[in-house]
Design a binder for this molecule. Structure first.
Ligand SMILES: [Zn+2]
Length: 138
């Protein structure tokens, strides 16, 4: 009785337990037909190994775990920063930001005498009141 391919492959891959391994070794030593099959299977395994080696990326090409983690953390940090920005400028605070913007525009306008005069005239208030108001806001 000859060896089957599975037995020979398992033998070549060192996957057999000691007693079966010894039986296969003994049979291969005496049977030229099984030796030929074992030789062709070994050659096939070598070809497969070399092709796998050709398509397996080199260690340098595989991204390192710590580099990948650092990249992920920086991406998370950026996302958190982005959400913080969104939280600050959330729609519910929009009216507050509009008010802040209006106050800033008013403050800048009051800082320049020509526009202060124009504002005083258009708002119909006295120059003293504007001065007092500007003094309070900063
Ligand atoms: Zn045989």
């Amino acid at each position: 009785m000859h060896l089957d391919e599975g037995q020979i492959k398992a033998y070549l891959d060192h996957q057999l337990a000691a007693p079966e391994k010894e039986q296969v070794r003994a049979h291969l030593a005496s049977c030229t037909q099984c030796q030929a099959l074992a030789g062709s299977l070994a050659a096939q395994a070598d070809r497969i190994d070399s092709r796998l080696a050709a398509i397996t990326p080199s260690p340098a090409a595989v991204p390192r775990a710590d580099a990948a983690r650092a990249r992920l953390q920086s991406r998370i940090a950026e996302k958190e920063k982005n959400t913080m920005f969104r939280r600050i400028f959330a729609p519910r605070y929009r009216s507050a930001w509009v008010a802040v913007g209006f106050v800033l525009i008013l403050a800048v306008a009051l800082a320049f005498p020509p526009s202060r005069r124009l504002l005083t005239v258009s708002l119909g208030c006295s120059s003293a009141a504007v001065h007092r108001g500007a003094g309070q806001s900063g």
